[in-house]
Ligand binder design. Structure first.
Ligand SMILES: [Zn+2]
Length: 151
C-alpha cells in the first residue's frame, strides 16, 4: 500500500484486524490524506488480511496543506539534524586525531629529554674510562719500575 510508505507508525491499539491481531495505528502523510490517522493489519502487505480503518474524517484542504508543509519542514529539520550529527562525529574524529598527535609530540619530547640525559651519562662514563686508562697506565709504569729496580 502506497500510504504506508508515507505514514508514521504511532503504535498499536485495541483495534483488532481480521487476523485477530492488534491493529497498528498510523498517521498518513500522503498529500491526499495528510494528518489522517488510521488502523491497519500489522502483517506485511503480502500476508495482510486487508484490514484498514480511518480514524479521522477527510480533512479540509487548508488543514492538509498546513500539515504537509509542517511535515516537510520537520523532515528537513530531521535531515539537517542528521547531517549535523555526522559532522559532530567527523569533528570528534579530527579532535581525537589532534589529541593523539599532541600526545605523541609530548612522548617525543620526553624521549628526547631522556636521550639527552643518557648522552650526558655516556660522556661522563667515557671521561671516567679515560681517567681509568691513565691510572692503569701509570700503575703499570710504576709496577714495571718497581720490579725492574735492581735489588
Ligand atoms: Zn490482519
Amino acid at each position: 500500500m502506497s500510504q504506508a510508505s508515507c505514514s508514521s507508525q504511532d503504535g498499536s491499539s485495541k483495534h483488532t484486524c481480521l487476523c485477530g491481531l492488534a491493529a497498528n495505528y498510523f498517521t498518513a502523510y500522503t498529500p491526499a490524506n495528510a494528518g489522517r490517522r488510521f488502523y491497519k493489519c500489522p502483517r506485511p502487505d503480502v500476508d495482510s488480511c486487508g484490514y484498514f480503518d480511518w480514524v479521522d474524517p477527510i480533512l479540509p484542504d487548508r488543514a492538509v496543506n498546513v500539515i504537509c508543509k509542517l511535515k516537510s519542514q520537520v523532515d528537513a529539520l530531521k535531515f539537517e539534524r542528521q547531517k549535523l550529527k555526522e559532522k559532530i562525529v567527523s569533528l570528534e574524529g579530527i579532535d581525537a586525531v589532534n589529541r593523539e598527535r599532541d600526545m605523541l609530540k609530548q612522548k617525543v619530547k620526553e624521549l628526547e629529554a631522556t636521550n639527552q640525559v643518557d648522552r650526558s651519562k655516556v660522556v661522563k662514563l667515557e671521561d671516567d674510562v679515560s681517567k681509568m686508562k691513565v691510572v692503569i697506565v701509570i700503575s703499570l709504569f710504576l709496577f714495571a719500575c718497581i720490579f725492574s729496580l735492581p735489588v
